[in-house]
Design a protein around this ligand. Sequence first.
Ligand SMILES: CNc1ncnc2c1ncn2[C@@H]1O[C@H](COP(=O)(O)OP(=O)(O)OP(=O)(O)O)[C@@H](O)[C@H]1O
Length: 170
Amino acid sequence: MMTLQDIDWEHWTPVEDATLLFVIRGGRILLIHKKRGFGAGKINGPGGRIEPGETPEECALREVEEELRIRPLNVDYAGLLQFQFVDGFSIRGHVYRAADFEGTPVETDEAIPLWCETDALPFERMWADDPVWFPHLLAGRRFSGRFIFEGERMVEYRVVEEEEEFECET
Ligand SMILES: CNc1ncnc2c1ncn2[C@@H]1O[C@H](COP(=O)(O)OP(=O)(O)OP(=O)(O)O)[C@@H](O)[C@H]1O
């Protein structure tokens, strides 16, 4: 069985590089019901794959516009998630927080917007890792997490709080 220790995380490069962006305002967080792509059917933050020539933050903003038609404001870096699947797939998630936004979230081909109270999140409909790092996200802390997944099952994880300066280079 694969464990966290079997992986050289410092030199690990993911098959896919992606983003997540969470608007958190007035005790509520803006999530989506993801209609297609990786994780379709789950509730998550808006986000998607980083395109060539794009920074993670540019991708995060573009994905929120594409999926919900809003423009996040006061965006800051929140954390980094490294997911290794036992079948060989791997994905990195660059996570951002926004304190405000312009526009009105609407349903698109990709997503249905869903405002949730931050103290009543639908974790049973979210990825298994989310309950592990959401407390950091909601508290405004920076974090990084490493995870082993077997399909949709989280096999092992380690999440730590990071110093303010920490940000991943791509
Ligand atoms: C394993 N545990 C996980 N926990 C929480 N979030 C996870 C995740 N694994 C992937 N994610 C997120 O899911 C989105 C997939 O996006 P992505 O690969 O782009 O999907 P999609 O097929 O729609 O691609 P397009 O960019 O639309 O082409 C992307 O935001 C990525 O950060």
